[in-house]
Design a protein around this ligand. Structure first.
Ligand code: UTP
Length: 436
């Protein structure tokens, strides 16, 4: 983009203030600013501005828990067989969203590089990747692993995989792609400069996954590989049962477009998404912050963001404008002299898209109950609940259960760790399956 083109675009969008320090910028700063302007989708900016001025509130949703499927032995076995067949045919991909900033954990690096192994101190990425190594050995077909990063952590995420030799995966089947960024706006709907030559931008939220998948050619890549189902999960939960065949199988058997695993909440007000039945019979998600404690108590289950998407549904949704969510935040900016200012009060609005906003568009949704002790213990905070300490305890408790079932008792004083490529459960430990 040339400066003349930039001036035209900005004038049309009423954002010419972005160039007010142009004369003071050096050549590199000018190039970077033009590249930023070129990247901004001004149609989306107009949508954000409308949101700032639109005072109408969204129609209230009556909170009603969605029906939840529970396993019976017969249903499980049937679904498991179907899921295994999908894996054997190479129809399953894995999608990890790892573009977040992990600010609550306060770790200097991508959250996935955080050492969580109770014995090995191996990073969260290791626990995810090694589960995929197991699936590939077990079913004999590649399971492509798509990892969404962000501008802030892309290089460090790739470096982590390089450092560990992709944890035993084939690098051709590990596909990194970056999520988009969005500018923030001040109360007048103007872009905010965080430096004289730089517009403030931040990740567009996990709902940005759909656009990013499409923009980076990942949906086409999945199609070319013959993928049907995409297993989606978040980086902070090393207990997740990746591409669990029974879950995939149930999704297929029910011809679902989107399936969700739900677990019992640890308390009525636990901060989890609540899956609700909408008046039109479709399924939606209500954020915990939108419910009164009394309403929240009606929901026994919460969503830890473990999903299966059909590829066809992802493609349909990638073409659709998703709702925007705005948050009033303190945004670093410059004063009229171009000097950096750290605001003490919120001075602008950040916009994000949330992945669960696609739910009401899904023609068929399956909600499956699972046991959280086995599959969910996220690393969110540095200390206290949902911290590395609670997660390591949950990992160890799970492995000890497997070992006990396999006839091995390990004293509590000895820490245990099982390479996820070796076994997923007591039966495999007993059989001594050793891979990769
Ligand atoms: P969280 O909501 O826990 O956010 O993300 P976070 O950024 O990891 O942590 P905090 O809130 O700053 O402490 C849930 C999942 O969604 C991903 C995260 O990487 C995590 O796997 N995510 C979040 C993205 O990929 N992009 C985003 O813009 C936000």
């Amino acid at each position: 983009m040339t400066i003349e083109q930039a001036k035209k675009v900005l004038a049309k969008a009423d954002q010419t203030h972005v160039l007010r320090f142009w004369d003071t910028l050096n050549a590199a700063e000018r190039d970077a600013l033009l590249a930023q302007i070129n990247e901004i989708d001004f149609n989306e900016v107009a949508r954000m501005q409308r949101m700032l001025t639109d005072k109408s509130t969204a129609a209230a949703v009556t909170p009603r828990p969605a029906p939840v499927t529970k396993w019976t032995r017969r249903k499980y076995d049937e679904a498991f067989a179907v899921g295994e067949e999908q894996l054997r045919r190479g129809r399953v991909a894995v999608l990890l969203v790892a573009g977040g900033q992990g600010s609550r954990l306060g770790y200097d690096g991508p959250k996935g590089a955080y050492g969580i192994g109770p014995v090995s101190d191996m990073p969260l990425f290791y626990f995810h990747a090694r589960k995929i190594v197991r699936l590939i050995h077990l079913y004999g077909k590649p399971v492509p692993f798509y990892i969404m990063t962000s501008d802030v952590n892309d290089a460090a995420t790739r470096a982590c995989f390089e450092d560990y030799d992709y944890f035993g995966l084939n690098p051709e089947d590990v596909i990194f792609f970056k999520q988009g960024v969005w500018p923030a706006l001040d109360a007048e709907g103007r872009l905010i400069l965080e430096a004289p030559g730089r517009i403030f931008v931040s990740p567009d939220g996990h709902g940005g996954t759909l656009t990013a998948l499409a923009k980076n050619g990942c949906l086409d890549d999945m199609t070319a590989r013959g993928i049907r189902s995409v297993f989606y999960f978040q980086v902070d939960n090393p207990l997740v049962d990746i591409a669990d065949p029974a879950f995939i199988g149930l999704h297929m058997l029910q011809s679902a477009e989107l399936s969700l695993k739900l677990c019992l909440k640890s308390s009525p007000t636990e901060k989890m998404g609540q899956v609700t039945l909408l008046d039109n019979g479709r399924i939606g998600m209500i954020e915990y912050s939108e419910l009164t404690p009394k309403q929240a108590a009606r929901f026994k289950y919460g969503s830890p963001a473990i999903h299966v998407f059909s590829l066809a549904f992802l493609k349909r949704m990638a073409r659709k404008d998703m709702p925007l969510h705005l948050a009033h935040k303190k945004i670093p900016c410059v004063n009229d002299a171009g000097r950096p200012v750290t605001p003490k009060e919120p001075n602008g609005y950040k916009f994000e898209k949330f992945i669960f906003d696609v739910l009401p568009d899904a023609r068929k949704v399956v909600c499956l109950a699972f046991d959280r002790d086995d599959e969910f213990s996220p690393v969110k905070n540095a200390t206290g609940d949902d911290s590395p300490a609670t997660c390591r305890m949950a990992l160890q408790a799970k492995w000890r259960r497997w070992l006990a079932e396999a006839g091995v008792t390990v004293p509590e004083s000895i820490p245990v760790e099982i390479d996820p490529a070796i076994a997923n459960g007591a039966d495999e430990l007993k059989q001594g399956l050793i891979f990769g």
